[in-house]
Design a protein around this ligand. Structure first.
Ligand code: FES
Length: 214
């Protein structure tokens, strides 16, 4: 993916770099804002987000405002309990800001169950995460640890010892030696070898003594 796509998704299809689009994706037209004509649905309300056709009682995208729609015919494993039909997971509504609104009777307590599916990338570990290491933009794979991402980026020193300022880098890669400590998103003393990267993560070399918080 391009630089930090999650921050801008929904403003335009072009925000998703074509080079990362799995085969078969397309962008249906965005739905018209519907806040002034809400559709009332009987309970349980089941929605196939981003879908154009109903699926076994799941209705296609009522009462949605903004967002973008995707569809992919990837094979879906629905063996998990409470799974919806596979077709429900073959489309999505995505974006930085989008809203579904459903009228319910006053005083009604409702259980909302959200099912998430990754349909943008079509294989385990194929998602690209955009992170920053010491201020430099870096791309790595979903499932990488921070230390692995740093090694892959050629960054072997991640901290300096408090006494002596000696450079240290990940050693055991299994959570024992603590030589992999880094500052992540402003939080010091994070074990890089035990922390998975995530989109937008900011990793910084750790130098000197950390503040003790009370
Ligand atoms: S490399 Fe040893 S604890 Fe992380």
């Amino acid at each position: 993916m391009g630089p930090k796509p999650n921050l801008d998704w929904g403003s335009a299809p072009a925000d998703r770099p074509p080079a990362t689009m799995p085969a078969g994706f397309h962008y249906p037209a965005l739905p018209a804002p519907a806040s002034d004509k809400l559709v009332s649905l009987p309970f349980p309300i089941r929605v196939v987000c981003g879908g154009g056709e109903p699926v076994d009682g799941f209705v296609p995208d009522p009462n949605v405002v903004a967002g973008g729609m995707n569809h992919a015919d990837n094979a879906i494993d629905t063996s998990a309990s409470n799974s919806a039909p596979a077709a429900v997971y073959q489309s999505e509504c995505y974006g930085k800001d989008f809203t579904y609104t459903f009228p319910v009777p006053a005083g009604e307590h409702c259980l909302v169950r959200l099912h998430f599916a990754e349909i943008f990338d079509n294989g385990a570990g194929s998602r690209i995460e955009n992170i920053a290491i010491n201020g430099q933009p870096v791309q790595c794979r979903e499932g990488d640890t921070v230390s692995a991402a740093m090694f892959a980026a050629g960054v072997v020193d991640c901290r300096d010892t408090v006494v002596g300022g000696v450079p240290r880098g990940p050693y055991c890669m299994m959570g024992i030696c603590y030589d992999c400590l880094v500052t992540i998103d402003g939080q010091p003393n994070q074990q890089g070898c035990m922390t998975l990267v995530r989109e937008g993560m900011n990793i910084e070399r750790q130098s000197g003594a950390r503040q003790v918080r009370t």
